[in-house]
Design a protein around this ligand. Sequence first.
Ligand code: GMT
Length: 378
Amino acid sequence: MNVGIVCYASLGGSGIVATELAKSLAGRGHDVHVLSTDPPFRLGDYQPGLTFHRVYTPAYPLFREPQYVLSLSNRIVQVAREFSLDVVHAHYAVPHATAAYLAQQILLSSAAEHVPQIITTLHGTDITLVGSDHSYAETVAFSIDRSDGVTAVSKSLREDTYRALKVRKEIEVIPNFLDCDVHKRVPSAALRARYCPAGCEKLVIHVSNFRPVKRVHAVVNVFARIAEKVQARLLLVGDGPDLGKALDVAKALGVSRHVEALGEQDQILPLLSVSDLFLLPSAQESFGLAALEAMACEVPVVASRVGGLSEVIDDGVTGFLHDPSNLQGMADSGLRLLTDPELHRRVAAEGRRTVRERFCCDLVVPRYEKFYEKLVAR
Ligand code: GMT
């Protein structure tokens, strides 16, 4: 099949999933075309069957507003015509579902020989934060409804979509996934010693884009409670508007010297692999790809019981979930994991097993293929 994949290039779950899907589909013999403003950071080296198409949005001095929807639709039309796309798969509804729908209408009105089916995958904040905003909701709901096929990354997100938007379209749940051959623990004593030197016993980690929804202040707060009982260090991986706030909280709680901010990193497997505990106290999380990556590396996760996280983490078995406001509960679960080696071993192993049994690309990508085939055959 000839597949167009539209995604954001910036660090973020939807771009990662879209890129991994593109690579996996190309590996399975499809002709895959990724459309984005920049090469997504996980696109990696040349791979046969995988082509990147940059979306340019020219500036004009009279416009204060970037015209991304227009330039993206235009690029989809060009790529669809040139490569006879069977499917255009828009990751993140805002505004990708709208641009894809517009491109399809342009192709239909020009009596193009080949008009692709439009698939939209809902990722989370495109519904829960951005898409349901009063300023966008009508257009987003319309564009989702007009997609030929719609998927969501969790049951929770599917329900949120029906609740938050006037969407009637059937939504199929296809969970996020990882390449399990790549996403696994790769221990390194030297790296461990670098981040957890003499005097440090345990390494706690948080990876995100440091936006308010991630509640990074809560990460530091939970860590400070853990650090009262265990000699631990906290690695903050990623960057975003709330990083400064997190470091301020660390200072206020007297744990600054135990906290290290590493900024954005495109190689997180080595960092996860030397860690003992992952904290994810988000306000909302439609899936929690970061938690899945940690579990794949045998790092137990303590997270909020919100959104789709309970579809990824089996509370008490593959990690621990708490109400977002229950920071002491999160700290207690973290301490249990860090001080009980048998519990840690069991939860880490169960987490890894869950990833292997339910979330590996060889299990999930064929579900996307089937979804495409069903639509293309109509
Ligand atoms: O919040 C992010 O990390 C970015 C956002 C995105 O779309 O890039 O993440 C959402 O999509 C991810 C991939 O499907 C999910 O794993 C995240 O849970 C989801 N984020 C939220 O719902 C807050």
